[in-house]
Design a protein. Sequence first.
Length: 240
Amino acid sequence: MAETVVAVPTLVHSVTPGRKVPKPKNAAERKRRLLQILDELDRLFPDVTCALRHGDAWQLLVATILSAQCTDERINKVTPGLFQKYPTIEDFANVSQEELANDIRSTGFFNNKARSIIGAARKILADCDGQVPKTMDEMLTVPGAARKTANVVLGHSYGIASGVVVDTHVQRITQRLDLTKNTDPVKIEQDLIKILPEDRWILFSDQVIHFGRQICIARKPRCASCPLDPICYAKDKTLV
Ligand code: SF4
């Protein structure tokens, strides 16, 4: 899926230092603050979805495996040719690891990724009637599919809210916004599952990923353009 470009706020204001923003004092205030965050994400990114181009669940699984340690932009350049060369799961099951690794070389970690993709294709053909599974438990038996990959595929291909995708953007921003104190993605996901309404699990990650690319960027967040500034007490806010 192509990167969704949305209009982000251009109004530049004076950033409130994080230490001057009051922290929520109780559960009710935390809930109110979370709803404000969700409302702003809805306003900024009403129609976003997964940025990886794909035609079906299998292609999304392949693209997600490839996206580890690589940009979605790079993956979207590689996958059209890849899916043209290997149009079926059987094609991926039958290709040699060396050949597939060569095809996906530009995505990095190509030997591991080729092994995972071939293993996933063989597993799905052997044990899942040739269909990408629709449950988390089954997905986790597929080579290359940990929770993040499984959540991406289940959420975007089947509309199944199995959990919350925690990538590097979600990890960083939920920490900055104090929605979690954890650093481990699996624990962050459990924290988010507890506080987010289930019907937000899929959309939340897509919105936060776009928010992380366009506003709350890793090295220098654009706090002066961020509508969450009045409720953000992150220590690494950019004041100028
Ligand atoms: S850009 Fe990030 S760090 Fe800056 S105010 Fe917004 S949420 Fe907070």
